[in-house]
Design a protein around this ligand. Structure first.
Ligand SMILES: Nc1ncnc2c1ncn2[C@@H]1O[C@H](COP(=O)(O)OP(=O)(O)OP(=O)(O)O)[C@@H](O)[C@H]1O
Ligand SMILES: [Mg+2]
Length: 316
């Protein structure tokens, strides 16, 4: 199932696709591929949950199918729905063709039953099925799909219950057609921001990984790869400052720490402003890139910026 013989090979393939994974994440992905199990990624916003699925799709050269979850998401948007308009047209056309012989009342009750059964067979054909991401993922021909079920914590509990059969068996039941099983098992990634606790039964069907903020080296690698125009000194400063903002004592001052997405954006903004080295002033001016809440922007004072930008003491 996995084209990557080792965890290192997988790490390299992800890196070639622009994604930097640490050993623990790479191990989780490797096992998900090897054991053909869905992988549930939880973590703060902007730490690379969604991006992992995109990178995997590139690395595996599999099509990515994405189901964005939200409150009120229904099966017909996730799995399939019938194309009623086309079914109706089919019935009208059939009626017009068979009008004289099939008019109810001209035949006996059996005859009417036959006509209805025939009509049902005709309108519930696969060609009148509109496939949504979950069904598409089961039917994607080799090498198969990468299925991203994004922000599953936003969907409601009935939807989670519905996912159980899918995640456990990679199959779904369609009453009019029967059971549809996966031709090639889709590589399945679920993400959650943990706005609520997920159902235990869903968790049991998945491998689990908590995606943390990256350590400084990895963040630096990401910023360098995504903002090559930034000098290495500037990128290093970005990674150092953002790392400090996420840890004590600074983290206490903010409601939400900046994610990797914010580091990358910040580096881009600094380049756009022709910044050579970050100073407290430019930091306060660009706080709206690091923080998306008014209180957090206000909390990043010049005094704090001065403190954050102090050179670190060299290890003894
Ligand atoms: N490990 C990584 N390697 C490379 N880029 C990364 C990595 N992690 C995050 N990024 C960058 O950060 C951005 C945000 O990541 P992503 O959208 O995957 O976050 P998320 O965890 O899904 O956040 P949210 O919970 O808000 O949806 C990506 O577009 C990518 O540029
Ligand atoms: Mg996301």
């Amino acid at each position: 199932m996995t084209p990557f013989p080792t965890i290192d090979a997988l790490t390299q393939a992800l890196e070639a696709a622009g994604y930097f994974a640490d050993r623990r994440l790479a191990t989780a992905v490797f096992l998900a591929l090897k054991l053909e199990r869905p992988l549930l990624l939880e973590g703060e916003p902007g730490v690379g949950k969604t991006e992992l699925a995109k990178a995997l799709s590139l690395a595996l050269q599999r099509e990515m199918l994405r189901l964005q979850c939200y409150d009120g998401l229904e099966q017909r948007e996730a799995l399939y729905e019938w194309n009623y308009a086309a079914q109706l047209l089919h019935m009208r056309a059939a009626q017009a063709l068979h009008e004289p012989s099939s008019t109810p009342g001209t035949g006996g009750p059996d005859h009417v039953g036959d006509v209805v059964a025939k009509m049902e067979r005709e309108v519930y054909q696969a060609r009148y099925l509109i496939r949504r991401p979950l069904l598409q993922a089961l039917q994607t021909p080799a090498p198969g799909a990468v299925l991203l079920i994004d922000e599953v914590d936003r969907a409601d509990e009935p939807f989670e219950a519905f996912l159980l059969e899918y995640l456990g068996e990679y199959q779904v039941s369609i009453p009019e057609i029967g059971t549809v099983r996966a031709g090639v098992i889709p590589v399945t990634i679920l993400t959650s921001n943990r706005t609520r606790e997920l159902n235990d039964a869903v968790k049991r069907r998945c491998l689990y990984h908590w995606l943390d903020y990256p350590e400084r080296e990895r963040e630096l690698a990401i910023v360098r790869a995504q903002v090559p125009q930034a000098s290495s000194a500037l990128s290093a400063q970005v990674a150092a400052v953002v790392g400090k903002l996420r840890s004590q004592p600074f983290a206490n001052a903010f409601q939400r720490a900046p994610g990797i997405a914010e580091s990358v954006e910040w580096a881009k903004a600094l380049v756009a402003l022709d910044t050579l080295a970050i100073d407290p002033e430019v930091m306060a001016d660009t706080a709206g890139i690091l923080f998306k809440q008014r209180e957090d922007v206000a909390a990043l004072t010049r005094d704090m910026a001065t403190e954050l930008l102090k050179p670190e003491e060299a290890p003894a």
